[in-house]
Design a protein around this ligand. Structure first.
Ligand code: NAI
Length: 345
């Protein structure tokens, strides 16, 4: 039995990770979950949003399934981490985990599912987001009362490893084309370095490689998303384009994701804690379930992941037990139970 650290998270996190956990159990995959607490509950119970026990669990299991965690806007909120004799602080729990565990690339597949209404058909994208630097290092300061400053860091090393990961993934998954997104026309040094490094590495990969300025990329993606295959982006644009991508195929409820590192991997949906619908049994569990499916594929159990996707697809096709965002009336639990029923039939 492979152990997986499970972080339920905040808002809808506990509801959707419970769904993912139950669906994985019903798939027969040889895994077990060890729950650890991060987020608002951890802050209440342990006085910190990210207790050391979370790192201990992930260091042991090398795998995590994470629910979304809430980050307050503005203010002086920082997540303090004391590990390995050092003390560091980060703008959010998710960024702290990604940095501390060296989860250097974020993989976010975006595709149409049968029965999920969207404006587009034949969308089948994979977004690779560099996950360790750019503006997300959170190095900001108030220069004076009316001026704020943030530091954007891009390194050839981090860009290169994200690019190499993307190319390996593309080879494994039989993908065809890599589009590099950037703003090198304005940010000539930072995004210029990202673009040049990625192009140099991808040039002889055998894949078609092209590039787009990120604003034009946004426009093209909402005009003809089916024309794109794989996208490679620095951290901030990757974050934004991931939500845009979710919107192309039915919304945040359907978009899974994975943070991959050299030692560990952490799987989490693209969506946040959705405080507006938390605790109401109406959140779509699909993104969390698909993220768990990505985890199973990552550990080599493609057959359990396929079974889960088949069961989920059957439920989506029938349209009988789907959540409100998918045009149905079912609750989170009822949709989960319908998927489990298909898996165990
Ligand atoms: P959000 O993704 O939580 O919600 C945006 C909209 O999408 C809301 O209307 C919400 O109801 C809807 N939505 C999200 N997931 C859904 C689902 N599974 N089913 C149905 N509808 C869904 O983004 P928002 O409101 O900007 O952020 C809320 C909180 O989440 C913030 O504190 C933010 O920092 C945090 N967040 C955490 C992330 C993480 O832990 N990885 C990622 C993104 C945001």
């Amino acid at each position: 039995m492979r152990a997986i650290a499970l972080i339920p998270g905040d808002g809808i996190g506990p509801e959707v990770t419970r769904a993912a956990r139950d669906v994985v159990a019903a798939s027969g995959a040889a895994v077990r979950f060890e729950e650890v607490v991060a987020g608002l509950r951890a802050e209440r119970e342990f006085g910190t949003p990210l207790p050391g026990a979370v790192f201990e669990a992930i260091a042991r299991t090398k795998l995590a399934l994470k629910g979304p965690t809430q980050t307050p806007f503005g203010g002086a909120y920082r997540v303090n981490v004391e590990r390995g004799g050092g003390r560091r602080d980060y703008p959010s729990i998710t960024i702290a985990l990604r940095k501390e565990l060296d989860l250097f690339v974020n993989v976010r597949p975006v595709k149409n599912y049968p029965g999920v209404a969207s404006r587009f058909e034949r969308v089948d994208l994979v977004i690779f987001r560099e996950n360790s630097e750019d503006l997300y290092l959170g190095r900001e300061r108030m220069v004076d009362e009316g001026t704020a400053e943030a530091v954007k860091i891009i390194t050839a090393r981090a860009t290169a490893r994200a690019t190499r990961f993307a190319l390996d993934y593309m080879r494994r998954e039989g993908r065809r084309r890599l589009t590099i997104g950037h703003k090198a026309n304005v940010l000539k040094m930072t995004d210029g370095l990202f673009l040049k490094t990625a192009q140099d590495i991808a040039r002889d990969s055998g894949f078609a490689v092209d590039q787009r300025v990120v604003d034009a990329l946004c426009m093209e993606l909402v005009m003809r998303p089916e024309a794109f295959d794989c996208l490679l982006l620095p951290n901030l644009y990757g974050d934004i384009i991931s939500d845009l991508g979710a919107g192309l195929v039915g919304g945040l409820g359907v978009a899974p994701g994975a943070n991959i590192g050299t030692e560990c991997a952490m799987f989490e949906a693209v969506h946040g804690s959705a405080p507006d619908i938390a605790g109401k049994d109406i959140a779509n569990p699909m993104a969390a379930i698909l993220s768990a499916g990505m985890l199973l594929r990552y550990i080599g159990d493609a057959s359990a992941a396929d079974r889960i996707e088949t069961a989920l697809t059957a439920v989506l096709r029938e349209q009988r037990a789907v959540t409100r965002d998918l045009g149905g009336t079912a609750g989170t639990r009822a949709m989960t139970d319908a998927i489990i029923e298909k898996l165990t039939a």
